[in-house]
Write a protein that binds this ligand. Structure first.
Ligand SMILES: Cc1cc2nc3c(=O)[nH]c(=O)nc-3n(C[C@H](O)[C@H](O)[C@H](O)COP(=O)(O)OP(=O)(O)OC[C@H]3O[C@@H](n4cnc5c(N)ncnc54)[C@H](O)[C@@H]3O)c2cc1C
Length: 410
């Protein structure tokens, strides 16, 4: 099969990229996804909070997904579901295996990588103890409760205060579980402030910052965990150890962009984001291969996924192999990373996405080019768990752009 644009992943990123590719003239746009249903992670996110920026409405995940699935269907996008992409070669030939098609290949003029991310598992934490039932990632529990109709347990401890952990603290409570606490290793939460308020504070669920689980108890089924406070080097303080009985430990300890396909192509990766290095067209270091969504950088808001993916889909539809002139973006003081890592001078204003290294209140996010401020915003609060963005004018870019978070603008 041949495609003008092939999109890998039918989550919000893949859907938006495919729609934008169609809108920008690509004739045959094919989306491949290993799942039987479209929408990526959204069908299991039945809480609201999706689409505030784009639609000005608080939609649930399935509602948000449904809007884009309808748009993609109306635009004439071809879907190949239950089809797992195994590899991509340097000529942009995709090899996939599917329930209906067996092993198949697709020759694509341009490819958009939109594979999302996966959760860090309990194995990565190396917690001492046996391997009892009742320990799982928060996303797995979310799928059990919201899609499969199973309750993972009754007395719950959640390790990690990322958004999925916070959402699941509320969800498990609403389903009748006793959520005893959420533990966070860092001195600040990894989730959105609105989720701390709506999912923990509103339900009197304690958030214990600078705390972790040091041991799991139970042979067949989890019977409890030992928790402890950590010092400034994140080492547990033994004298603060305490036993908490529970039958379920949910882990919300990080998301990892799913990039085996990109790495198989030897695409240049960013060691901080875990995603590909891209330019402002979302093109990776391989000509004609674009990346967006959680595969590129872990997002907290789906609206930004959609915006980023629309840019990738448009650029994929318009892709021609041409030499581009780039300037780099640089993560300066207070900033962990900036995406895109390279900017193309093409007359179009650019949105820079970045994350803070620490919590600050009342500081400024600033973009500078050759020492001159080209964009800035005063922020009530910046936190590592909340993605920031700044829009810069293409006309103001005359060299590398450095992004900082500073107390004053001087
Ligand atoms: C629990 C949770 C709660 C959230 N809550 C909110 C919220 O309240 N508000 C908000 O705005 N955002 C929220 N988000 C964030 C938002 O849902 C994500 O940012 C968004 O879903 C990312 O979209 P994506 O398309 O990049 O990835 P995904 O939605 O993960 O989709 C990726 C797709 O790629 C497919 N895929 C991967 N590899 C392959 C392969 N090799 N072959 C074929 N298919 C493949 C997968 O099957 C999947 O369908 C939440 C996220 C989670 C996990």
């Amino acid at each position: 099969m041949k495609a003008d644009v092939a999109v890998i992943g039918a989550g919000p990123a893949g859907l938006a990229a495919a729609i934008a590719a169609k809108e920008n003239g690509a004739k045959r746009v094919v989306v491949l996804d290993r799942e039987a249903y479209k929408g990526g992670i959204l069908p299991q996110c039945i809480h609201n909070g999706f689409g505030l920026h784009i639609f000005g409405e608080e939609l649930t995940g399935p509602e948000y997904a449904a809007r884009y699935i309808d748009m993609a269907d109306n635009a004439g996008v071809t879907f190949m579901m239950e089809t797992m992409v195994l590899s991509i070669d340097e000529h942009k030939v995709i090899t996939a295996v599917g329930k209906d098609v067996g092993i198949t290949t697709i020759e694509a003029k341009a490819i958009v990588l939109a594979m999302g991310c996966r959760e860090r598992s309990s194995g990565a934490l190396m917690l001492p103890g046996d391997r009892p039932a009742g320990v799982m990632s928060a996303g797995t529990a979310q799928r059990f409760v919201n899609m499969e109709g199973y309750m993972p347990g009754k007395d719950v401890v959640i390790l990690g205060s990322g958004d999925i952990g916070l959402i699941m603290a509320r969800r498990m409570t609403l389903e009748g579980a006793n959520v005893k606490m959420v533990l966070e290793l860092m001195p600040y939460s990894g989730g959105l402030t609105r989720n701390i308020v709506q999912c923990l504070d509103d339900f009197d669920i304690p958030l214990k910052l600078s705390h972790t689980v040091v041991k799991m108890h139970g042979k067949q089924r989890l019977t409890g965990v030992t928790i402890a406070k950590v010092d400034e080097n994140l080492n547990p303080i033994e004298s603060t150890s305490e036993f908490v009985s529970c039958d379920t430990l949910l882990l919300s300890v990080g998301l990892i962009p799913e990039n085996e396909l990109a790495m198989g192509l030897n695409i240049q990766m960013d060691s901080v984001t875990g995603g590909a290095v891209v330019d402002s067209d979302m093109q990776t270091s391989m000509d004609g291969v674009f990346a967006c969504g959680n595969a590129l950088q872990v997002h907290d808001l789906v609206d930004f996924v959609t915006e980023e993916a629309s840019r990738a889909g448009k650029a994929a539809a318009q892709y021609k192999k041409i030499a581009k002139l780039f300037v780099n973006t640089i993560a300066g003081s207070g900033v962990r990373y900036v995406v895109p890592q390279k900017l193309v001078r093409d007359g179009i204003d650019k949105t820079l996405f970045f994350r803070a290294t620490k919590v600050t209140r009342g500081w400024y996010t600033i973009a500078r080019c050759r020492g001159k401020i080209i964009a800035s915003r005063k922020r009530v609060m910046c936190a590592p768990g909340e993605m920031e963005n700044l829009v810069i004018k293409d006309a103001d870019i005359s060299g590398g752009v450095t992004v900082t978070i500073e107390e004053t603008k001087t």
